[in-house]
Ligand binder design. Structure first.
Ligand code: KIV
Ligand code: NA
Length: 257
């Protein structure tokens, strides 16, 4: 049975931490789903495995192509797809993009960055149209050329602004919110204030769940953000396998007969 938005909210009430990771293809998604990951995000952070320097160039068609591959693998996890930069900046465009994601990929929800008034209005309209939306505040990487990649919410004023955005997003009807790279204290306040789950990345231990970029977790990214944890170094593992294979081919040791 698939995880639902109701299930995610119930887990918050039960204080059962939500485990989330990103996926970009069938093989990775199959491994994560079978391992029991609760929520899989086809994040625009897959820009990393596609060789883009930021999340700005990735297109809706690229997101759809990868989301379809991920969907074919997912049996249990709740599946969310990011709307990429420039595909939801007015209401009609957001509606068209979100509908394409749900119709063409079979994902259960979309995620949009930002909590400023125009985005709140857009998100409220999507929710009213029956589209489950996940919010994302704090560090929003699609705004890199305005805010950089530094931690957000460090001043009292900025911290209040982010708290108010999170409250407005809940009122607009999002079923969960990603809190990225904000202080643990602010994330705790937001988590206590809201009745929908907060999913943190670089936002401390008090969130209702955690998400990381899977290419960071696996050591596939060329560089990781300071809050990521590299659980295994696949770059080294793959390099070793390729070196071993190359030696065996060159020395006529493979194939074995
Ligand atoms: O694209 C992504 O991976 C994300 C997560 C960092 C939440 O948006
Ligand atoms: Na993203």
């Amino acid at each position: 049975m698939r995880v639902t938005t109701q299930q995610l909210i119930q887990w918050k009430q039960q204080k059962r931490s939500i485990v989330a990771l990103t996926a970009w293809d069938y093989a990775i998604a199959q491994i994560l789903d079978a391992a029991g990951v609760d929520l899989i995000l086809v994040g625009d952070s897959m820009s990393v495995v596609l060789g883009y320097e930021t999340t700005l160039p990735i297109t809706l068609d690229e997101m759809l192509y990868h989301a379809k591959a991920v969907r074919r693998a997912v049996k249990r996890a709740f599946l969310v797809v990011d709307l990429p930069f420039g595909t939801y900046q007015d209401i009609q465009q957001a509606m068209n993009s979100a509908v394409r994601v749900l119709k063409e990929t079979g994902a259960q929800a979309v995620k949009l960055e930002g909590g400023y008034p125009a985005m709140i209005e857009t998100i409220a309209r999507l929710v009213q149209a029956g589209i489950p939306v996940m919010g994302h505040v704090g560090l929003t990487p699609q705004s890199i050329h305005q805010i950089g990649l530094r931690q957000q919410g460090k001043t009292q004023e900025d911290s209040e602004r982010i708290l108010n955005q999170a409250i407005a997003l809940e009122q607009a009807g999002v079923f969960a919110i990603v809190l990225e790279h904000i202080t643990a204290d602010l994330a705790m306040q937001i988590t206590q204030k809201l009745s929908i789950p907060t999913i943190g990345i670089g936002a401390g231990v008090h969130c209702d769940g955690q998400v990381l970029v899977t290419s960071d977790v696996l050591g596939l990214s060329e560089k990781q953000p300071p809050f990521a944890k590299v659980y295994t170094n696949l770059r080294e593992t793959i390099n070793k396998a390729v070196q071993d294979y190359s030696v065996e081919v060159r020395e006529k040791k493979f194939p074995h007969n």
